[in-house]
Design a protein around this ligand. Structure first.
Ligand SMILES: NC(=O)c1ccc[n+]([C@@H]2O[C@H](COP(=O)([O-])OP(=O)(O)OC[C@H]3O[C@@H](n4cnc5c(N)ncnc54)[C@H](OP(=O)(O)O)[C@@H]3O)[C@@H](O)[C@H]2O)c1
Length: 304
């Protein structure tokens, strides 16, 4: 195993002087972003969070904050001045493509050396419910800067959206016999830290596929929930049409219902079942086990 050399351990190509590298984080207040910010705070770096909600971000993160208004690209360029590297991990929304592309363009305009973008695993096909990530990746690939795309498998936190059902003992979905490899977002954040701090060649382009240690069928997962919660949990698979109708009837807006139904399709297709050794190679340790995450979060699945 080759442990990557990090820019905090010496100089980096972009900043040969002795000053501390400056890293900007778009999405620092999010699931992965919060953990990543905490990890980076222990490194010898200057950090700035790019956010739409400066006071919440300041309170939550305790680092420098720059307010971004996506209707005004100058706010992006101003916030990125003097920055060496940028991490991009915006939450899912209809604006994600235009906003993340605006951040990439701002990074190029500000002379940033390296952009790390969080994306998703799975094929770039019509059945991928978040295929818009590929549009952002394609735009990033055209830029004259170095980039790393972290393609993560399904986050373990996704299971929290089924917590109410699981607490009743019956979990409905449309996964059939498909398998999914859930990844712990703490591992995604650790991989992102290394990607951000790696000493890499100018204009190099890398992709890391980050997964958990194994894939699970929904039936196997229901059995594991039963074991961890010490009560019976069964998985009932229905058609994708029935799943979408149930989500809409539960009050979800069509954009979100379509996204979740698309993910069920992906589960059914085993499109997120791949297991990679990338996390282990980057960090020197195995990825966290889903069972440990279930034990840590068991309370959320016990409440009715
Ligand atoms: N869920 C999964 O299973 C999965 C798997 C692989 C990859 N991913 C990808 O991972 C990325 C990050 O996920 P996450 O769960 O860490 O993100 P998240 O917690 O939902 O959101 C991250 C941050 O994005 C910022 N943001 C900016 N504009 C936004 C908008 N219009 N709507 C929502 N948030 C916006 C917000 O920060 P401010 O409010 O401070 O601006 C928010 O805190 C996503 O792109 C997702 O597609 C997810």
């Amino acid at each position: 195993m080759i442990v990557p050399r990090l820019i905090t351990e010496g100089t980096m190509s972009e900043t040969p002087t002795a000053r501390r590298p400056r890293i900007a984080l778009a999405g620092a207040t999010g699931r992965v972003g919060r953990t990543l910010t905490k990890l980076l705070a222990a490194d010898s770096l200057d950090l700035v969070a790019l956010t739409r909600r400066p006071s919440e971000a300041r309170e939550q993160l305790g680092i420098e904050v720059a307010e971004i208004d996506f209707a005004n690209s100058k706010t992006i360029e101003d916030a990125l001045k003097g920055t060496d590297r940028l991490f991009i991990s915006h939450g899912t929304s209809p604006q994600q493509v235009t906003d993340e592309i605006a951040l990439i363009d701002g990074a190029v305009a500000a002379g940033i050396g390296h952009v790390v973008k969080l994306s998703t695993m799975g094929p770039a096909t019509r059945r991928n419910p978040v295929a818009w990530h590929m549009q952002i990746e394609a735009h990033l690939a055209q830029q004259p800067i170095s980039s790393t795309v972290i393609r993560a498998s399904a986050f373990a936190e996704m299971l929290l959206s089924f917590a109410n059902q699981i607490s009743t003992g019956t979990w409905n979905g449309a996964g059939e016999n498909g398998r999914v490899n859930f990844v712990d977002t703490r591992d995604v954040a650790e991989a992102a830290r290394i990607a951000l701090l790696e000493d890499i060649e100018p204009e190099s382009q890398r992709i890391y596929h980050i997964t958990g240690p194994r894939a699970w069928s929904m039936q196997q997962l229901a059995a594991e929930f039963s074991r961890v919660l010490d009560r019976s949990v069964s998985y009932k698979s229905r058609s994708l049409g029935e799943q979408r109708a149930a989500l809409l009837a539960g009050g979800l807006p069509p954009f979100v219902a379509d996204l979740f139904t698309g993910l069920e399709q992906f589960f059914r297709d085993s499109a997120l079942a791949e297991t990679t050794s990338t996390f282990q190679e980057l960090t020197g340790k195995p990825p966290r086990k889903l069972t440990d995450w279930l034990v840590e979060n068991a309370a959320a699945f016990r409440q009715a």
